[in-house]
Design a protein around this ligand. Structure first.
Ligand code: FDA
Length: 302
């Protein structure tokens, strides 16, 4: 299989390695893209970003949650992170995966957990973004979001441009704050575009439609071609900078992140932290096998 996307995706799903990695601490170069294993180290990174005019969306990493105990522990960690955001008065919100707080255990249980999280976040005026996972979880994610929106307006989610259905989904979420991405999972040709060019074209199309609508949009990509197209489009269409932001992952194109913030664009960095770093890191290697350099450098510097 070599160092291919599929190879790293299969590594990311290996539960034994995921569990082992919790005991290792950050290894294999992961510290370049994961902001530490505890709240204190993560907060140092967030303050550093804030000092460069960059906001953060914090992901308390968690994978393979199939029991109520693990989901409740994840919820407790997320509530603790919200308290820390409030206490440190940093410019940050949170990104959460529903499987982490029990979507694979029971839908209603997950909804109750998310209501508790959304309530505390609303109290502190903190936005909660629900990350979009694989296609098998999409329908329930959108359903749960709609349930939350009945009581809370500080929640939103992610739309992936590789899915055929995304254009329709965007129509039904016109008034909801959203992040637009290309899509990180391996999906079948029945439900998703397969070629990079088609996915990129659809991404730009969805971004442009969305920017002409009423709600706030996060454009999450490291792709300079897409970013340059967006820059031109907002000027041509008189779209104010306050209506959108760019987002990138922690540790990726850091200089470009600072430059975009300096140019006056709203910018948010996705800051993952926690002991459960392994699956996240393997998916990043899958997206960009060149990042294997991080692993090799970390090995020779030992
Ligand atoms: P892509 O990987 O297509 O790269 C395009 C080009 O950009 C490359 O050819 C290269 O020229 C350049 N480039 C990219 N990375 C570079 C680097 N590190 N250094 C130099 N040049 C680089 N997915 C999902 O399914 N659900 C989700 O909830 C999220 N959430 C999310 C949040 C944020 C903040 C980001 C940035 C991304 C996500 N994603 C996601 C992941 C997303 O779907 C996608 O898989 C990755 O962002 C990779 O696609 P890109 O758009 O970054 O460009």
């Amino acid at each position: 299989m070599g160092l291919t996307r599929d190879f790293f995706i299969s590594l990311s799903k290996n539960q034994l390695l995921n569990n082992g990695a919790k005991k290792w601490g950050l290894k294999l170069g992961a510290s370049k893209v994961v902001a530490g294993t505890d709240i204190d180290s993560m907060m140092r990174s967030v303050k550093e970003l804030n000092s460069n005019g960059i906001s953060a969306t914090i992901d308390n990493l968690g994978e393979f949650v199939y029991s109520r105990e693990e989901a409740l522990l994840a919820k407790a960690n997320i509530l603790e992170t919200l308290e820390a955001i409030q206490m440190h008065a940093v410019n940050a919100h949170m990104s959460i995966k529903l499987t982490q707080v029990g979507l694979d255990v029971d839908y209603k249980f997950c909804l109750e957990n998310m209501k508790e999280i959304a309530a505390l976040a609303a109290n502190y005026d903190i936005f909660i973004n629900i990350d979009m996972e694989d296609y098998g979880h999409l329908q329930e994610t959108l359903r749960l979001l709609q349930e939350l929106l009945k009581d809370y307006d500080n929640v939103g989610t992610v739309i992936q441009s590789y899915l055929y259905r995304s254009e329709k989904d965007l129509e039904s979420l016109q008034n909801v704050r959203l992040r637009l991405v290309k899509g990180a999972y391996k999906e079948s040709a029945e439900v998703s575009l397969q070629g990079k060019q088609e996915i990129d074209e659809n991404y730009l199309k969805l971004i442009k439609n969305r920017l002409l609508g009423p709600a706030f949009t996060s454009i999450a990509t490291h792709d300079h071609n897409i970013i340059n197209e967006v820059k031109k489009f907002v000027v041509q269409n008189n779209i104010p900078y306050s209506r959108f932001e760019f987002q990138m992952l922690y540790g990726f194109r850091s200089e470009m992140q600072k430059d975009l913030a300096k140019e006056g664009y709203n910018f948010t960095t996705y800051v993952p932290f926690g002991q459960d770093w392994y699956g996240y890191y393997m998916r990043r290697l899958a997206e960009r096998p060149q990042n294997i350099n991080l692993v090799l450098k970390s090995m020779v510097s030992k």
